[in-house]
Write a protein that binds this ligand. Structure first.
Ligand SMILES: O=C(O)CCC(=O)C(=O)O
Ligand SMILES: [Fe+2]
Length: 367
């Protein structure tokens, strides 16, 4: 797998121009027309500060402790079935690795535009620094700077798109942002595998059946900076979407809120817990679970006062090269697959094409 995998030309990403950068730098000014999407932003009710709600929180320490494991696995299962999202606390990922990733990400976004543009997204390119890919939003742009990279397997990397900025600081074995990305990438594979083991237990499939679906598959990463905007009812940090791959692990670099999850037709703002990861089920995991787990719509609304920075890891999955329900789960359901199987290459193309048209590719796989 991998050698000819190429996402270029399926997505469109706009550069961050000088004009974009200066708009982003001025939170008070009315944003340029290209960013104005008031109707989209106001589409749907946002659950307010006055209404109390609890988004699921899953505790890795409790998952690992034999005393509490069963209860916590049930919580994890509920979260994946009903919300498609949870915050993971006590995750156990190496704190130094996570901190280094956060520091480098902040330094990267704080560096001058010229320096970031060394890895600027190319014409028709998927990777690099630029706006997020434009979805079916009538030529409108998201209010954010993003850098997207393919991080695993190593032979799929395009190193010319990997920033060398910022260079080494405090960490003795780290040379540049590239090293931070590399180490973080590996640490996130470990974390994903640990979680997937518990998801398999919840789903009632062999642990290896789920782990193997994710083993040695592609991993990509997005780092996002959402500049503050006083006109937050006018701009969208990221257009509503579901994630197209398998499992998503999101790290808040700061404590600025902004992510909203759609449930029962309303938007629920996530209140980031300090030190937690936000984990979500993406489309391929929904298919693997034969529809038991849900990949749900989410979006970002920028904060009025504070910038927001996130680091997002996307783990791909497939069963013998196919996006398909896990055979063990289909058997449990008396042999009924709820999605048709499709080759991963075809899936990826279909997914990005659908994104550009504002549809969801997995809807076309439903039986
Ligand atoms: O930055 C966020 O909170 C969300 C990012 C996201 O949804 C994505 O990159 O797919
Ligand atoms: Fe997403």
């Amino acid at each position: 797998m991998g050698e000819s995998r190429n996402y270029d030309k399926i997505v469109n990403r706009d550069e961050i121009t000088d004009a974009a950068a200066s708009a982003f730098a001025d939170a008070g000014q009315t944003p340029p027309e290209k960013y104005i999407r008031t109707e989209e932003v106001l589409d749907g009710v946002v659950v307010g500060e006055d209404e109390s709600y609890d988004l699921p929180v899953v505790d890795m320490v409790r998952l690992l402790d034999p005393e509490s494991s069963a209860t916590e696995i049930a919580k994890l299962g509920d979260a994946c079935r009903n919300w498609g999202f949870f915050q993971l606390i006590n995750h156990g990922a190496d704190e130094a690795v996570v901190q280094q990733m956060k520091d480098n990400t902040v330094q990267f976004f704080n560096s001058p535009l010229e320096s970031k543009k060394k890895v600027a997204v190319r014409e028709n390119g998927f990777e690099g620094f630029g706006h997020h890919y434009s979805r079916a939003s009538l030529g409108k742009l998201d209010w954010a700077e993003s850098m997207i990279l393919i991080t695993q397997p190593p032979q799929d990397r395009n190193m010319e798109m990997w920033p060398t900025n910022p260079p080494s600081f405090s960490f003795p074995y780290m040379d540049s942002f590239r090293d931070a990305l590399e180490v973080y990438s590996v640490e996130m594979i470990r974390l994903a595998r640990r979680l997937l083991g518990f998801m398999a237990a919840d789903l009632g499939v062999e642990r290896d059946a789920l782990l193997d679906a994710f083993a040695d598959k592609r991993q990509s990463m997005a780092i996002h900076y959402y500049p503050p905007c006083r006109h937050r009812e006018k701009v969208m940090g990221i257009t509503p979407h579901t994630d197209g791959l398998g499992l998503t692990l999101l790290l808040h670099v700061d404590d600025t809120p902004g992510l909203q999850i759609r449930k029962d037709g309303r938007w629920f703002p996530v209140r980031p817990l300090p030190g937690a990861f936000v984990v979500n089920v993406a489309d391929i995991l929904e298919v693997l679970s034969n529809g038991a787990y849900r990949s749900v719509d989410h979006r970002v609304i920028p904060d009025a006062e504070r910038g927001r920075t996130t680091v997002v890891i996307f783990q791909e999955a497939a069963v013998g090269g196919m996006v398909a329900p896990l055979p063990g789960l289909v058997e449990k359901k008396g042999g009924e697959a709820r999605y048709r199987s499709i080759g991963i290459e075809e899936y990826i193309k279909g997914n990005f094409n659908a994104l550009a048209h504002g549809t969801r590719f997995i809807e076309s796989l439903r039986i």
